[in-house]
Design a protein around this ligand. Structure first.
Ligand SMILES: [Zn+2]
Length: 214
């Protein structure tokens, strides 16, 4: 069972791809943000520690983030493999991850980078429409509702998230580019990076991932 990581800008379809991969390969998606929220909600010792930082307005430090990932790797469903989403974010975290995996003789098999041109990302983000009732997401061009501006499932009037404007999208993409560049170099140097054209469609992307993993 594979151990992989996905990299992709906001709007690249990374989240959707992660969910499909998890169901295809029957592995969990390990997303540090989700683990953090779960631990805080369940009031675990790690959760309480993290909350201390968050309440002070500080970032949760790397060693604690690593501890969260370590605990997620220990869960029964992750023994066979997993997909990392949103972690590591920095080269320091990538090195810590390698050290953590090295202790158990495991390794990250492959990192997939889903590449989408910036203009396309912005148009994907700004065209997004959301149903406030059921949460279904549409796109005014690529996935329009049957009746313009109205949810197919419950007839609610679709809304646009305030964050889904061109300016916010541009700055989120810029942050992503800056953060991810060193990681791309790190994994390329290790020879485990596969770049995928993110405009070929969900099924094709899935196919490339499957073929690469063999
Ligand atoms: Zn709806």
């Amino acid at each position: 069972m594979p151990r992989i990581m996905l990299l992709g800008a906001p709007g690249s379809g990374k989240g959707t791809q992660a969910a499909r991969f998890a169901s295809d390969y029957d592995v969990p998606v390990i997303a540090t943000g989700d683990i953090l929220r779960k631990n805080i909600k369940e009031n675990t010792p790690l959760g309480r520690k993290a909350q201390g930082y968050i309440e002070k307005g500080d970032l949760v430090p790397d060693d604690l983030v690593i501890a969260f990932v370590d605990s997620a790797f220990d869960e029964a469903d992750a023994r066979g493999g997993w997909l990392l989403d949103g972690f590591p974010r920095t080269t320091a975290q990538a090195e810590a991850l390698d050290a953590l995996l090295g202790k158990t003789g495991k390794k990250l098999d492959r990192v997939f980078l889903i590449n989408v041109p910036k203009d396309e990302l912005i148009s994907r983000i700004t065209g997004r429409l959301l149903c406030p009732v059921c949460g279904k997401i549409y796109h005014e061009k690529s996935m329009p509702p049957r009746k313009a501006g109205v949810c197919d499932l419950d007839d609610a009037v679709l809304i646009r998230r305030v964050d889904d404007n061109a300016e916010t999208a541009k700055s989120r993409i810029a942050v992503y580019d800056e953060q991810t560049k060193p990681l791309i170099e790190y994994y390329a140097a290790k020879g485990i990076l596969t770049e995928i054209d993110g405009t070929i469609g969900l099924e094709k992307i899935e196919e490339v991932i499957r073929e690469t993993l063999g």
